[in-house]
Write a protein that binds this ligand. Sequence first.
Ligand SMILES: CSC[C@H]1O[C@H](OP(=O)(O)O)[C@H](O)[C@@H]1O
Length: 366
Amino acid sequence: MKIDGTAYRSIWAGADGRSAGIIDQTRLPHEFVTLELSSLDEAAVAIRDMWVRGAPLIGATAAYGMAIALREDASDSALKAGYDTLIATRPTAINLKWALDAVMARVAPLSPTERAEAAWHFAAEVCDEDVAVNHAIGSHGLELIRALAARKPAGEPVNILTHCNAGWLATVDWGTATSPIYQAHDAGLKVHVYVDETRPRNQGASLTAWELGRHGVPHTLIVDNAGGHLMQHGQVDMVITGTDRTTALGDVCNKIGTYLKALAAQDNGVPFYVALPSSTIDWTVRDGVREIPIEERDGAEVTWVHGRRPDGVVDKVLIAPPTSPAANPAFDVTPARLVTGLITERGVCSASQAGLASLFPERAVA
Ligand SMILES: CSC[C@H]1O[C@H](OP(=O)(O)O)[C@H](O)[C@@H]1O
């Protein structure tokens, strides 16, 4: 996407062929800072500490992390060490394992002298494919928005609620949940987005609001608990979220709070869509609530809030008693029964085994 007229992706190959450039998302929205990942450990820290985040971007960063590691040492032991280091960074987004397994499949059969270059090209392929897939997701999602727009009174926008950041900053470009929104906006449809701030790390407030604002998409930031009220009063026409792992039966794991949004949507007859690339489908998992590992992050993310002080200094403040423990599950699982449809690169389907099989027959599970 463009930032002040300059086209950016969220990750890019370093000119030296041995590093990768990223946007440090922990500094947004107040500071736009880019970083260079030049080692396996830097790539691992970038994922673990959420300098980069979002399932597809985590996968792309891991692919470049392996390529960077192999530039230093392409031995079998180094290959395994790279995999083990990166797979341990965050447990929930399946794109991490998907990307690492794909890199291993591509380079492990090669001689060590060929591995680094092959991994480097593969990382670029992962990024280019992500951009194309997300654009396709947007095209399919655009038709859903167009159909809603046709039923709105002239001049009134389609009001879309989204949770967390499933934007271009969560992917290599376009985003998943935001791709239909960007394409609808660019096609001249009137859209307005309710952006959940998304406690505790506020990806909605700091990333989604920033993205939409930069692209000129009308939006309103809301607290996480306002969505149900807005739906009760007919102010939400559809919900679109992303996902970090979706099961073979259509259960959707996403940022904490998504499940509650889906419950409110069902209770108010609001369509609840999930946008995802097929790389986020875990075909080996059926029951998301029971089988998907939910990341437990540091409670300090709950008790401390980052922001910009009135004097312009970016700082953090404690919002709870220093003696109060905090729990911080980072994701929850929305059962397929609460999901209206899945917007994938191959089209829209029901959140079900049959729906996924209709679009991905080659992956149909028994
Ligand atoms: C398109 S994947 C976006 C997905 O990832 C986010 O989690 P995190 O910011 O912790 O990486 C959130 O669940 C988004 O929906």
